[in-house]
Write a protein that binds this ligand. Sequence first.
Ligand code: S3P
Length: 198
Amino acid sequence: MNTLTVEAAAAPETTLPLSIPPTLSRVVLTGFMGAGKSTVGRGLAAALGWKFLDLDDLIEELAGISIPEIFATLGELHLRRLESRALARALRLPHTVIALGGGAPETLTNRLLIEQTPNTVAIFLDAPFPTLFDRCMLQALNPSATARPNLADPVLAEARFRLRHPIYRRLARHTVDTTTLSLASTVPAIVALLQTSK
Ligand code: S3P
């Protein structure tokens, strides 16, 4: 495969001059399922005039099958290997907002890749587990939504959330609490944080 599925740079949505540090080249959005990484990522890319890449989409492209099919036929360990390969490719792209899958930061390799890639800032989209779970249940009502196998058992899902929460926090330069924030206010909040990033 020679090309990555990267969504083209969108026309900036704001006319305000943005003083993003000139060396900044990638924003990585992290957080649990339902945090809004893909939706916020698209909005952020549009605000910055950057490209957007959803890591789950790239994994599916590498595997040639969907994430639920990878879980069912190859297993989660295989998914995690594909995820690391996909992430290494994604982190080579300039001026790109990358939305991780919720489990990506659990893998040490992925954390090291993100931390050691220059000009890259990770942002944690945070919310309490019940909020995230409810959002995912609402999304699942949409017939075109991709299934989330790691949400099938709510008790195990909450245990994963507790395990991952400190990992997300440590990885990220900034945490944005999205519990009550709409997309319209989350994107400007992140842009404001990026303007202070060195
Ligand atoms: C997963 C999250 C999913 C996807 C896969 C596993 C997880 O991504 O990578 O189903 O273990 O949390 P989203 O966080 O985008 O739903």
